[in-house]
Design a protein around this ligand. Structure first.
Ligand code: SF4
Length: 337
């Protein structure tokens, strides 16, 4: 705590993520006395970032952009929860209630895009946070970052659960004229109960699908990711079929899916959530998630069923998705969950 006053005694300069991690380590999130609490009860800490374009490995893309860290949508399965531990914050409540805002993000991005060494590679926006979570309405960092990408004629993809993205449809249409521009709306399920239990801070799934419809009608290449499908909550054939049917009915250009995986902070958060709200399911989950991924057979069954449903309702498979075998007929798959 003793170092904390110094941290913010920096004139107009905001702390870096390293400063934040040190302050929280020494004094918990209470040490972030400049973090603003807003109407949603979350606190927002403005920070200075050193870089905007973030290189990643093991993903279908090599570069990501995340104007915020943490997410008030608070999905219990969110794989980004574990990233909050990098800032000495927990992957539970603090992930959804202490949001870091990279105030200088757009300036840094603009400089990086102008460097001779930048070759204009595809950039994925919103992979470790939701770039259209409610606070975007205030800061507009995502919109301004997309404007920078458009000026640079840089290809991009955006993943979000936020219908606020329709605010930027004019810009997304403009991006599409100069480079690849794809919107991946995340709608794991249209089942009301699963939505309310798993994604407490998100917009209703049908509101997200209406946003897809508006984007497609405006000429944006927009589709849906049913990510993640959560065993027992959203994996039954009936729920998958209702979801794919609704996605097709809203004009999505494509659909893809993946079964939930669990690691590090996300794993402990999700198991605590189950223990609290669905204790009877814990033993099955511990067996199904003995490792990071559910067993391959299970994942293939789910993906195979979704593939069959895609064909049935006439919606294309996800763009850029690795080949998924679809030999399993939906009718032949007997899900226990
Ligand atoms: S909306 Fe996305 S980033 Fe936000 S909590 Fe849910 S899964 Fe995580």
């Amino acid at each position: 705590m003793s170092s904390f006053p110094l941290l913010f005694d920096l004139g107009s300069t905001r702390p870096t993520t390293r400063d934040i991690a040190k302050a929280v380590k020494d004094g918990g999130t209470a040490a972030l006395t400049e973090a603003e609490r807003r109407a949603d009860q979350a606190r927002y800490q403005e920070i200075t970032c050193r870089s905007a374009l973030n290189p990643v490995k093991g993903m279908p893309f090599d570069w990501t952009l995340n104007p915020y860290r943490g997410c008030t949508h608070g999905c219990h399965y969110c794989y980004a929860r574990r990233y909050h531990t990098q800032f000495e914050m927990n992957a539970d409540d603090e992930f959804a209630s202490m949001i870091l805002v990279k105030k200088n993000f757009v300036d840094v991005l603009t400089r990086e895009l102008a460097k001779p060494s930048w070759t204009g590679e595809y950039v994925a926006v919103g992979t470790a946070t939701d770039c259209y979570q409610p606070i975007e309405g205030h800061y507009k960092l995502t919109r301004r970052a997309i404007e920078a990408l458009r000026r640079a004629r840089n290809p991009l993809g955006i993943v979000t659960k936020g219908p606020m993205i329709v605010r930027d449809r004019d810009l997304l249409v403009a991006c599409s004229r100069v480079a690849t521009c794809t919107v991946y709306m995340s709608v794991p399920t249209v089942d009301e109960d699963a939505w309310q239990r798993l994604e407490p801070g998100t917009a209703h799934p049908l509101q997200r699908l209406r946003a897809v419809r508006e984007l497609v009608d405006a000429g944006v290449n927009a589709g849906v990711l049913m990510n993640p499908i959560v065993p027992g909550f959203s994996s039954s054939r009936e729920k998958l079929e209702r979801t794919v049917k609704a996605i097709a009915g809203h004009g999505a250009r494509f659909v893809g899916c993946n079964v939930m995986f669990l690691e590090a902070g996300t794993r402990s958060h999700f198991m605590k959530f189950l223990e609290r709200e669905f204790p009877a399911w814990l033993p099955r989950y511990e067996k199904l998630y003995a490792k990071k991924y559910a067993p391959e057979d299970y994942r293939k069954q789910v993906q195979g069923m979704v593939r069959v449903l895609q064909q049935r309702y006439g919606v294309s498979a996800r763009e850029r998705e690795p080949h998924v075998e679809a030999r399993v007929e939906a009718e032949q798959v007997g899900f226990a969950w």
